[in-house]
Design a binder for this molecule. Sequence first.
Ligand code: ATP
Length: 235
Amino acid sequence: MLSLTRLAVDHGKLRALWDVSMHVGHGERVALLGANGAGKSTAMGAIVGLYAVASGGIEFDGAPLQRASTAQTVGRGIALVPEGRRLFPGMTVQENLAMGAYAAASRRALDEPLEQVFGLFPILRQKARQNAGELSGGQQQMVAIGRALMSRPRLLLLDEPFIGVAPLLVEEILTALRRIAEQGVTMLLVEQNTHRALDFVDRAYVLENGRTVLEGSREDLLGDPAFAAKFLGLE
Ligand code: ATP
């Protein structure tokens, strides 16, 4: 479904990605792991058209993506839940959710995905008319995920969705993500907590200094001593 081939991306004069290759199949859940600054968010941004591709390629459903705008990537079925949520705190929950469906042709076209979001996160129905900035961190993350779902994506990119989320709500969000995945949505997850990431995904890639250095199934990675030493705090 999604392929990155020898992808390089610059931030101004600084090269952030040097050589990133990865593949996500239809219906898979894949994690992108790596230390701070390894390039995980840059890879996510390049996929959705936020950052230009310097060399290499991105393909989605067999067609190139590297020159697509963010609006075009949404149109093709990709949605990003960005790091730090990026909500509009002075707008209501419902208004924030509607921002995710700005391409919807009519009010009625909003109702169905909105009902789906409220079904996944019932608390958001109760808080629909409150300003997003008044919600807890976990509830705000639900809004950010809900907003991404409003465009009915087939591929959902999640950039560190559990930062600032209380443990009880982490479980609730994970349950919702499992339900979304069961509906056929493919997922690429950036997550600092390696155990939590590997509990959720089928496979993972490890980035180091803008390069993919390791790839494997959950079992492969958990059984790899070098990986365990670096990412699981085991010696
Ligand atoms: P983190 O977990 O800290 O978000 P990351 O793996 O997502 O790390 P990136 O945020 O992609 O890493 O950063 C990769 C490199 O690019 C870092 O050296 C970072 O300082 C730099 N960088 C990221 N975004 C920008 C930007 N908008 N402008 C300039 N440099 C950037």
